[in-house]
Write a protein that binds this ligand. Structure first.
Ligand SMILES: Nc1ncnc2c1ncn2[C@@H]1O[C@H](COP(=O)(O)OP(=O)(O)O)[C@@H](O)[C@H]1O
Ligand SMILES: [Mg+2]
Length: 315
């Protein structure tokens, strides 16, 4: 059985158990009436069962609603807005428009017309040469922008396990996450996937700090997780925020597990030699490699703040 099938099975088992727990809890009527010495006629028995079942049913459903409600991650939209992220208030701004342009080729490759030509096309990895170039900024904005479309589903994974940024930006306090899953401490994938207040957006946090966290990214388990996410959810776009390419060799291995890579380049700050080194590293990794010029000064680029840069995209 695949990991995802197991995860779904476990989630269903948990749900059933939860309903059963409520069934076993005596209702107030039963608590107050000691029935042990009473003769229960066929009729009264039937009546009791019926009443109890309908009570149970509503208690169970209600509990489930509350649980689902509690488990939804809510974002601090003011924080996001202040830090330049796409929010409902700024959908018609230049930023949002730029992200519409940026996501289009990625989405077409992932789940659209070009999907059949690219292996694991729905897995998109966001990386950069060095820290601070805007990987997390790009990952979150892309995820928000894609998930804002009615029929699109996005899973955002914080794979920058030694310097996780997604949880910080989105205000997610909960772990465990990817590390616990890769390490085997958590078996069920469904236990690390968080539903957010945006219907189409789910998040896997990085998880706990671990001495060999980046090594785990290059593990066989990570490779099979990537393959499964692609096979089982071909219409869900998976965005991985990852460590910088030149900081650890695992980032490169991770890049070979996905269909598309976006190399974020901080314009006017990352030396070209480093960018070229990264481009070379990515050459034999994913089928599609795009570069994204970030942090461009508006004065130096009339067309906008972002754009796919000189290195073009596609191989
Ligand atoms: N295009 C941008 N406009 C405004 N702020 C940005 C932009 N890109 C990145 N930043 C900011 O720069 C800092 C570093 O970006 P971040 O995404 O955390 O980098 P990385 O994840 O690559 O280390 C963050 O404070 C982020 O909000
Ligand atoms: Mg980051």
């Amino acid at each position: 059985m695949s990991t995802i099938e197991e995860a779904l099975k476990k989630a269903e088992k948990r749900r059933q158990q939860e309903l059963a727990d409520h069934k076993l809890e005596p209702t107030e009527n039963f608590r107050n009436n000691d029935l042990s010495n009473q003769e229960i006629s066929e009729d009264s028995y039937a009546l009791n069962v019926e009443t109890t079942q309908s009570e149970i049913h509503s208690v169970g459903e209600h509990a489930h609603d509350i649980k689902a409600e509690l488990e939804v991650e809510r974002f601090d939209w003011n924080y996001l807005k202040e830090h330049g992220f796409i929010t409902a208030d700024n959908v018609s701004t230049k930023l949002a428009e730029e992200y519409r342009v940026i996501k289009r080729p990625l989405v077409v490759n992932a789940i659209g017309a070009r999907k059949k030509d690219i292996q694991r096309s729905n897995l998109i990895l966001i990386t950069s040469s060095v820290p601070g170039e805007g990987k997390t900024f790009t990952s979150v904005n892309l995820a928000l922008s894609i998930a804002a479309e009615m029929d699109k589903k996005v899973l955002l994974i914080d794979g920058d396990v030694s310097k996780p940024g997604i949880s910080k930006v989105l205000g997610i306090k909960r772990s465990p996450g990817l590390i616990e899953f890769l390490e085997g401490e958590i078996e069920s994938l469904s236990d690390i996937i968080l539903q957010t207040e945006i219907e189409g957006l789910r998040v896997i946090p990085a998880g706990k700090r671990h001495q060999y966290s980046t090594e785990l990214l290059a593990s066989d388990k990570m490779a099979s997780l990537a393959q499964e996410l692609s096979d089982r959810y071909p219409d869900r776009i998976v965005i991985f925020d990852t460590p910088p390419l030149l900081a650890t060799s695992q980032a490169e291995v991770l890049a070979s597990m996905v269909g598309q890579v976006v190399l974020v380049i901080a314009a006017e700050s990352t030396p070209e030699a480093l960018v070229m080194e990264s481009v070379q590293k990515l050459e034999n990794c994913a089928e599609v490699v795009m570069t994204l010029l970030n942090k461009v000064q508006r004065s130096s680029l009339d067309s906008g703040y972002y754009g796919y840069g000189n290195y073009g995209y596609g191989k």
